[in-house]
Ligand binder design. Sequence first.
Ligand code: URA
Length: 294
Amino acid sequence: MDSGLPDLRELLLFYADAGVDEALEDSPVDRFAESAPLRRNAGASGGALRQDGPSPRVGEAAAGQASSVPAARGSRALPPPVRPEPAAAVPDEAQAARARELARSAASMEELRELLAAFDGCNLKSTAKTLVFSDGNPQADIMFVGEAPGREEDLEGLPFVGRSGRLLDQMLAAIGLDRSSAYIANVIPWRPPGNRTPTPIETEICRPFIERQVELANPKVLVTLGGPSAKVLLHASEGVLRMRGTWKSHTTASGVTIPAMPTLHPAYLLRNPAHKKLAWRDFLEIKAKLRALG
Ligand code: URA
């Protein structure tokens, strides 16, 4: 019985190494029951049917037999089948290579969003509720890139809608911008479980998509919010507190160079309000640059 179990074991070990230690849903989900119809169909006779414990989903999954296996005498009618969720991908260099190829092939922002939505090569997708692609105006002169969605972003499918998003909106307003005059995205488009830090390979898998997103948006000015975004898009090796406030550049795959300002992440500013004055200086620089570039 192979049924993808070695892959699953590897993924679980990977999660354990990454420090994932919290339940993701309010109640447990029996994944074996969900995939039971598939495994039954894969087996010739279906003789190896598991006797899974009772749960609403088990009941749903068992319905896979309703049309082919007569219900036992006295048993209740079986509910309709549940489509099993796809097994999560094990993040590796092969997935990163696939991501690079896919992202390169996107001819428009809409196509990029569709490719990303269909991409199953990043394990983060399997634990997130939604794809958080972008908000704002992709034709805007300025693009902001954060790290990864949090809980509220995951629920709404939009970046920066939680507490740090509200602060970002205030920072935008302070220099005369809003979401109709700015484009907003994240390096990682799926919420990492429990808001943990994305692993290096997860970041490598997501990198080609955000790079292509910047290339397609082609803003006059790019702003990275926080260290991880600066690291990915500006290849920064120093800390964001050291590099913030000075202009850097981001060069796209097609060789276009975009002036880029690394600044502090709004979530960091919520925890360290004394540093808001530093971000304010950065935003004044950004405003001046936008004026200068017309
Ligand atoms: N933090 C981020 O980096 N991005 C979001 O979308 C929300 C919080």
